[in-house]
Structures are given as structure tokens and as C-alpha cells.
Design a protein around this ligand. Structure first.
Ligand SMILES: *[C@@H]1O[C@H](CO)[C@@H](O)[C@H](O)[C@H]1NC(C)=O
Ligand SMILES: *[C@@H]1O[C@H](CO)[C@@H](O)[C@H](O)[C@H]1NC(C)=O
Ligand SMILES: *[C@@H]1O[C@H](CO)[C@@H](O)[C@H](O)[C@H]1NC(C)=O
Ligand SMILES: *[C@@H]1O[C@H](CO)[C@@H](O)[C@H](O)[C@H]1NC(C)=O
Length: 119
């Protein structure tokens, strides 16, 4: 039997849901690494739309001399409504990073970004 369009759509939504629900991380944290940035990103839902927030490190006017070793985005909703995060530039091995957090449709954002660097 050919799968119906509905079941394929359902599968796609389910797969996307799994990707979205999980916390994101890049790199690995060494016990000697130090916390360079911890930032909470909290937004209320945008009616009929998506919230999109960029998190940049270091902040403008600041400098960072340490190589980034790990980046964590922790979803505080923990009910599959969490924002999806993507790495836009920089990241592990660089001294800067630009992340984007995009909410799900009609959902807010409650995520914490943690960036660790080599001592
Ligand atoms: C995300 O990480 C937090 C803190 O480690 C944990 O409490 C939560 O269960 C995780 N959520 C998912 C969907 O893995
Ligand atoms: C953690 O960093 C220390 C110091 O740079 C290094 O000696 C050690 O091998 C690292 N451990 C891991 C698991 O990468
Ligand atoms: C965001 O998550 C934190 C930690 O779970 C919680 O204390 C806070 O009330 C949440 N805020 C919103 C707007 O959901
Ligand atoms: C998950 O929790 C957030 C914050 O409490 C809420 O805005 C959102 O509607 C919840 N999602 C679901 C699917 O219940």
C-alpha cells in the first residue's frame, strides 16, 4: 500500500518534533573549562508567528580570548514546545559564536544558552 500524504506529513511532523524537543549541544565540556556566558532567552509566544532570537558571543564591545569548547542550549519548557537552535557562525574552536533560537509556531521561548571555553 502506498503511504498516504497524511501519514507522510505526520511522520515529517513527528521527526521534526523529535529534533525540536531535544536540547542542542556542540562540542564537549572538559571539567577544567570555564563558563564564558550563560544567557536566558525568554520570550512570550507571538500570535500566529515565530519568535526568533540571535545570541551572539562575545557581546559587542567585549572581547573574548578563549577558544570555545562547548555550547549548550537547554530547553526549559521540557514539554516539546522548546525553541529550535541553529549555529550560524563561529562555534567550537572559535573565539566567537552566533546562534539563532527559533520558537515553534505560536510558542514562546524559554531556553538557556551556556558557552564554555578552554582555561
Ligand atoms: C534538556 O536538558 C535539561 C537539563 O539538563 C533536562 O532537564 C531536560 O530534560 C532536557 N530535555 C530534553 C528534551 O532532553
Ligand atoms: C581537559 O583539559 C586538560 C587541560 O587542557 C587536558 O589535560 C585533559 O586531557 C582534558 N580532558 C579531556 C577529557 O579532554
Ligand atoms: C522558564 O523556565 C524557568 C526554569 O524552568 C521557570 O522558572 C520560568 O518560570 C519559565 N518562564 C516561562 C516564561 O516559561
Ligand atoms: C509548554 O509550556 C509552555 C510554558 O508553560 C507553554 O507556553 C506551552 O503552551 C506548553 N506546550 C504544550 C504543548 O503544552
Amino acid at each position: 500500500m502506498k503511504p498516504s500524504v497524511t501519514s507522510v506529513l505526520f511522520l515529517l511532523v513527528a521527526l521534526a518534533g523529535v529534533a525540536i524537543a531535544a536540547n542542542s549541544s556542540w562540542g564537549a565540556r572538559n571539567s577544567t573549562d570555564i563558563l564564558l556566558l550563560r544567557e536566558s532567552v525568554v520570550r512570550s509566544p507571538l500570535k500566529n508567528g515565530y519568535q526568533s532570537v540571535n545570541v551572539d558571543f562575545p557581546k559587542s564591545g567585549q572581547t573574548n580570548t578563549r577558544a570555545i569548547s562547548a555550547i549548550f542550549v537547554i530547553d526549559r519548557f521540557t514539554n516539546s514546545s522548546g525553541a529550535y537552535s541553529s549555529l550560524w557562525s563561529g562555534g567550537v574552536g572559535y573565539r566567537f559564536v552566533s546562534l539563532n533560537l527559533k520558537s515553534q509556531y505560536n510558542r514562546g521561548i524559554n531556553s538557556t544558552v551556556e558557552i564554555y571555553g578552554k582555561r
